[in-house]
Design a protein around this ligand. Structure first.
Ligand SMILES: Nc1nc2c([nH]c(=O)n2[C@H]2C[C@H](O)[C@@H](COP(=O)(O)OP(=O)(O)OP(=O)(O)O)O2)c(=O)[nH]1
Length: 131
């Protein structure tokens, strides 16, 4: 049976209403797809705690986690991913990509021009529809 992993992604928005998007590197699982950065929830972490930890680990900055945007489950070839995404803002620091291949700040109406991981598409569509 396929394993289900519970993943959280941060939809970080700046003052210009742009959203922080990160390109998974060729060394990561699901390489070369754009994503909302984050990762798997560990132990008894809340989604908010997991997100803050992952963003600190992967981008060396501090975020504040706000409202939930989407909660979708997507079945990949080898794994089932439950992805919860939360709107977030940067509290401290500038995000520096420590593991990702590239990062970009993108206005909502241009999100579709990036090739997002399939599990992220419902969140992308919701963000575009909101504005
Ligand atoms: N972080 C994140 N992962 C996503 C998104 N969309 C999506 O399908 N995924 C998938 C990719 C991975 O299979 C899984 C999370 O992996 P991860 O690489 O971020 O987390 P991790 O460091 O804890 O895990 P790993 O790659 O070492 O196995 O969820 C997304 O928007 N953000």
């Amino acid at each position: 049976m396929k394993k289900t992993v519970h993943v959280v992604g941060a939809i970080i928005e700046n003052k210009n209403k742009e959203i922080f998007c990160a390109l998974r590197s060729s060394e990561m699982t699901l390489p070369n797809y754009w994503e909302f950065p984050g990762g798997k929830i560990e132990g008894d972490e809340t989604p908010q705690e997991a997100l803050a930890r992952e963003i600190k680990e992967e981008f060396n900055c501090e975020i504040s986690v706000g409202r939930k945007i989407e909660d979708t489950t997507y079945e990949y070839e080898k794994v089932i991913v439950r992805l919860e995404t939360y709107l977030s803002v940067i509290l401290k620091g500038e995000p520096t990509a420590l593991e990702h291949a590239e990062t970009r700040w993108v206005p909502r109406n241009q999100l579709m021009s990036l090739e997002f991981a399939p599990a992220d598409i419902p969140a992308v569509e919701k963000l575009i529809a909101e504005k």
